[in-house]
Design a protein around this ligand. Sequence first.
Ligand SMILES: Cc1ncc(COP(=O)(O)O)c(C=O)c1O
Length: 450
Amino acid sequence: MGQRTTEPPISWLMHAALSRPKLISLAAGFTDNASLPVAEARTALNQVLRSPKTGQPALQYGITAGDTTLRQLTAEHLRKLDLGGTPCRRPKNQGRRHAVPPEIYSPERLLIASGSQQLLYMTTEALCDEDDIVLVEDPTYFVYLSILQSRGLRARAVRLERDGLDLAHLEKVLTSLKRRGELPRVKMLYLVSYFQNPTGVTTSFEKKRGILRLLKKFERAAGHPIYLLEDAAYRELCFCPEMKGRDALPRVQAGQQIGPVIAREKSALMVRGAADRVIYAGTFTKPFATGARVGYGVLPEPVFTAVKHIKGNHDFGTANLLQQLFVRALASGIYGRHVARLEKRYAHKARVMKLAIKKHFPRVVEWWEPEGGLYFWARLPRGLQSGVKSKVFSAALKNDVLYVPGEICYADDATRRKPNHEMRISFGNASEKDIREGIKRLGKVLGRFL
Ligand SMILES: Cc1ncc(COP(=O)(O)O)c(C=O)c1O
């Protein structure tokens, strides 16, 4: 495995950013520095460390599945996100009857992880043997593709539309795998369901239902369950304009028309009768502090037990001090208030980037405006490449601006040609000034080629 594993793109992207002091990185998936909750975290940690009685357990090893109170609070948090009907705000209708059995949000099914990244890794490790197949969106989160590469797994790419996975294409892919006798190798579908990394696309609930229906349909031929791994890392970084009473802004410029973007979607856990096939990965890092690496998963049996055992081998429990930080932050309302503040912050930064793109990008460049998450997705005319080895990428580097080449977000899937004319541009970490300047530099580079 060590020999097979190549250097993940994230390593050299970070290296490039750090080794050139003048470089403006619009590549990093880092969150906004200025709004990191330093005072809030200090308050919460002071509460944890206020006395030996509260402090000592926090400075001791914990249990593999995670702190019991955090599991309860997290289960409740997730239940509110789903039943409140909006990923953005605390629900008003908490008492409403719901269609899903309450045990879906039971702390018993919830596992605390060292970032949702660990959960993605462990789940893949638990379900897949070498040479197995994972279905992924085309494009998808490139770090997940590195996991597949490293573990000797194959990816089959399913087309992505503006409201999520293309169901007709998913059926086609599954049918073709069945015809070739490869269905028994298919173990799961990985879906970044909210404000996707890299495109910003949110998968509609209807489509989640459709995905689960199709996976179920092909299970008999597969001979085993095919799981949906729902990665909801950006779910709480939501700044849907319509929720603020503003007119929805046009989301595609100079390109094809697209349907409405749906951002209030419930998780796949809510699809009736399908909870035993859904693995949900959530995180507290993006909405609070990426340095406090705590994520979580809701897993059905037997996956829950398998992943818990694997976690026992990885680290036998997520850092207890960080778990206690989130216990305090969630219970005191610090977390909720911070998420509400972030909404405004990212809405503002996204707007700064949008205005800069409008001003500086050539009109033939199509771009998607996000309603949450950290990324804009831009598409150059097909003839112009944006990949790692392209002239555009080296010209951008020479001009001290870095983006993520869309190319690296596409799985190695020989059934289609890998697109090489897109870019992921992040407004997460750069300051407003750097966003303006970075986009100006990028616009100048693009202008030279277009
Ligand atoms: C789509 C996606 N999933 C998961 C993660 C991992 O997040 P964390 O491990 O901080 O919870 C990231 C981080 O960038 C991401 O972009």
